[in-house]
Design a protein around this ligand. Structure first.
Ligand code: MEV
Length: 323
């Protein structure tokens, strides 16, 4: 029996632009997805979860590839888990039955990296059950491969932060884990509505194809903001971080990935005294973040009154952990 857990995450700066080679700054937060696993003597695979469905299937080797077959159950939200299982077994070149039980504090579609968390934790659990524990870089690689297979274009940000934790500056698929960055006070506001990352990423791709002269400079400017934002975060300069977050949000709105509810939560946070606020992750629903000084409770209340779910999260927490 083994248990692993991976954290959720927020983007300070750079989502969407990072898919096109610009830098992004993200950090792990203290909401986690836990995967418990145990081996079976047969070739059955059973996945139980609180919230994302259930699955019964069998694992078989077909043309030298391990495939999960005869899948039954409520599997529509388990695509990352199914792909992660297959990708892992093919990496370790081992197959066999097992049971996984998934529990999570991260609402699916909240823009807080629920798919990266469940993908990395599933890969770590399954490889351990096959007696082949993989290092964090390999888990990141396999999780990145899984995300691309399930959702199309993606950056390594989500899976890197889920495995390594702390703060991460990502550019050109290279990850620089920054344990030197300070704790800053943030409040998350979850709209309660599902933001489809694939849909939002598709919208930016479409804009880039149809209006490259407008879209490319927006993506490049987000990159500049991230570089400046990195310095401001390091110096703990809340005013500067706030101004840069607001500029990043205006550009994300220009990329058509915000939503009315996100905008109303952002406005409420500003009115309650936030230093800056922006959506986090894919957008089109999901969540926003506000950077604050000491007025935490005022902003929590404002987000709640604007029909959002406030989450007071700790940032810079540990990545993937074997418990
Ligand atoms: C989604 O959490 C963040 C995006 O930048 C996509 C990605 O980086 O894979 C929109």
């Amino acid at each position: 029996m083994i248990t692993v857990s991976s954290p959720a995450q927020i983007f300070f700066f750079g989502e969407h632009a990072v898919v096109y080679g610009q830098p992004a700054l993200a950090t792990a937060i203290n909401l986690r997805t836990k995967v418990k696993g145990k081996s079976r003597d047969d070739n059955k695979v059973i996945v139980k979860s609180h919230g994302i469905g259930s699955l019964e299937g069998v694992i078989e080797c077909e043309d030298n590839k391990w495939v999960l077959k005869e899948k039954k159950g409520d599997t529509k939200n388990l695509s990352y888990v199914i792909k992660a299982i297959e990708v892992t077994l093919n990496q370790v070149e081992e197959g066999g039955g097992f049971e996984l039980e998934i529990t999570s504090d991260i609402p699916p579609g909240s823009g807080l990296g629920s798919s990266s968390a469940v993908t990395t934790a599933t890969i770590a659990a399954v490889s351990n059950l096959m007696n082949n524990s993989l290092d964090k870089d390999m888990i990141t690689d396999l999780a990145f491969e899984t995300e691309k297979l399930v959702q199309g274009p993606a950056s390594r940000t989500g899976v890197s932060v889920a495995t390594h934790g702390s703060f991460a500056l990502i550019q050109d698929e290279e990850i620089d884990v920054r344990e030197d960055l300070p704790q800053l006070n943030i409040v998350i506001g979850y709209t309660g509505s599902h933001g489809s990352t694939a849909e939002a990423v598709g919208r930016v791709k479409e804009l880039k194809n149809t209006r490259p002269n407008i879209t490319n400079p927006i993506l490049e400017t987000i990159g500049e903001i991230t570089q400046n934002g990195m310095k401001a975060v390091k110096e703990g300069d809340l005013d500067k971080v706030g101004v840069l977050m607001n500029a990043n949000q205006a550009l994300l709105k220009g990329l058509d990935v915000s939503s009315d509810h996100l905008e109303s939560l952002i406005k409420a946070a500003h009115e309650a005294g936030a230093k800056g606020a922006k959506l986090t992750g894919g957008g089109k629903g999901g969540s926003m973040i506000a950077i604050i000084d000491e007025k935490q409770q005022k902003i929590v209340k404002a987000i709640r009154e604007a029909n959002g779910k406030p989450i007071e999260a700790e940032i810079g927490v540990n990545g993937l952990e074997l418990i």
